[in-house]
Design a protein around this ligand. Structure first.
Ligand code: HEM
Length: 385
């Protein structure tokens, strides 16, 4: 006789019960993830004196983050306006409301915003406990491969291999390549001026090409034309990644580009000063907010006043390590000297041949696509000297 289901009434109900238990376990885990854990974390953070937004089910502050970023990028600002509310609209608002170190919610994940320079320094100095955000946005990972996106022993190995290439002695040999790239750019500007002494030009695409060209020449040597193509593609890819991640990818997305804020992940419960941070917290080290803090730099912080640096960094910041555009600690930007040398050479070569002021067609609209950029270009009135 063939066995039929009715012969195993007990196993049928066992199967149903098993399914019910598994469903219950998953439902409980989900509930724990989206409600109990974030609420517990919120209480722990508040008990330690930190302020922040109240966690709301599943989304946290995601809608607010998206809304304020989108809205702030619609209109340009005036030249004398503070750029921070436009570039970091959400962070600026929460820090103003809840204090310099405060928390918000990227879905059920707590985001801890830090603007205090000594705390930023402490985090950057401890690359074991405060790691780069990994396993996040797969689109962004396509972009950031190599040294930028490895951790632990793998990072130590990579950094050791790459370090010598950025040594000052090696940089000296790159000067002719820097010169070639800068000369190519200023020659193009001269050609655009032709017989005229003045012309209007958006120099932003030229500066982007320069940055890519310098790396192509120094890294790819004689095959730099191919290198240039790779950079062009990478630039397009960066824009697509940012647009795509803004439109549909949320979990763990790289909200803050490293040049305005440095993200770090906490994998196990860790102490920062007197605060105990739960595992799973994302820290956002707001270097840009600390660079615009009048408590550190003085009342004239928003003014363009390069002479503030004339007596050295520690004088102007009263001994604090407050100027950290290239990060700090073991993972400090490896290209810092390279970038500064390039910028100085480009400026010197431009200033020898041209004077300039902002064109009437320039719209002041700083925004971030991986780095801080002029949203509608950098339109100058260029004059031949
Ligand atoms: C003005 C230009 C630049 C700025 C403001 C800048 C800023 C930064 C910052 C803030 C970090 C630290 C990120 C973190 O800790 O998560 C960093 C890391 C890094 N930068 Fe730059 N950077 C610049 C130019 C360059 C250039 C020209 C190169 C290469 C030629 C470069 C290569 C790197 C690499 C490889 C890392 C990762 C280092 C590591 O993890 O060990 N950067 N940069």
């Amino acid at each position: 006789m063939e066995p039929s289901l009715s012969m195993f009434p007990v196993s049928g109900s066992v199967a149903k019960t098993a399914v019910a238990i598994v469903t219950l376990v998953y439902a409980w885990r989900f509930f724990d993830w989206v409600w109990l854990t974030p609420k517990k974390t919120e209480k722990r953070l508040r008990d330690q004196g930190l302020k922040g937004t109240s966690y709301t089910f599943l989304y946290g502050d995601i809608n607010e983050i998206m809304k304020s970023t989108t809205e702030s990028y619609v209109e340009p600002i005036n030249l004398n306006d503070d750029i921070v509310p436009r570039v970091l609209s959400f962070a600026h608002r929460v820090v103003t409301t809840h204090g310099k170190n405060c928390f918000t919610w990227l879905g059920p994940t707590p985001l801890l915003h830090i603007t205090n320079p000594s705390m930023i320094k402490e985090v950057l100095g401890n690359y074991q406990d405060f790691q780069k955000q990994r396993g996040g946005n797969p689109l962004a990972r396509m972009l950031a491969k190599g040294l930028v996106d490895v951790e632990g022993d793998q990072w130590v190995k990579h950094r050791k291999i790459i370090n010598p290439a950025f040594h000052v002695e090696k940089l000296k040999h790159m000067v002719p390549a820097f010169y070639e790239s800068c000369a190519e750019m200023v020659n193009k500007w001269e050609a655009a001026l032709k017989e005229d002494f003045t012309c209007e030009m958006d120099v932003w695409p030229h500066l982007q090409t320069l940055a890519a060209d310098v790396i192509s020449r120094t890294a790819f040597g004689s095959s730099y034309i191919e290198g240039r193509k790779i950079f062009e593609l990478q630039r397009e890819q960066a824009e697509l990644v940012v647009i795509a991640s803004r439109s549909f990818y949320i979990p763990g997305s790289r909200l803050y580009p490293p040049v305005v804020a440095i993200p770090r992940m906490i994998h196990k419960q860790t102490k920062l000063g007197s605060i105990t941070l739960p595992a799973g917290t994302i820290m956002v080290l707001h270097t840009m907010l600390s660079h615009h803090d009048s408590d550190i730099w003085g009342k004239d912080v928003k003014e363009f006043k390069p002479e503030r640096f004339s007596q050295g960094m520690s004088k102007v910041t009263k001994g604090q390590t407050a100027f950290i555009p290239f990060g700090g600690g073991p993972r400090v930007c490896i290209g810092q000297n390279f970038a500064m040398l390039e910028a100085k050479m480009a400026l010197a070569m431009i200033l020898r041949r041209f004077s300039f002021e902002l064109s009437p067609s320039y719209s002041h609209a700083p925004y971030t696509i991986i780095t801080l950029q002029p949203q509608f270009g950098a339109h100058l009135s260029l004059h031949k000297l």
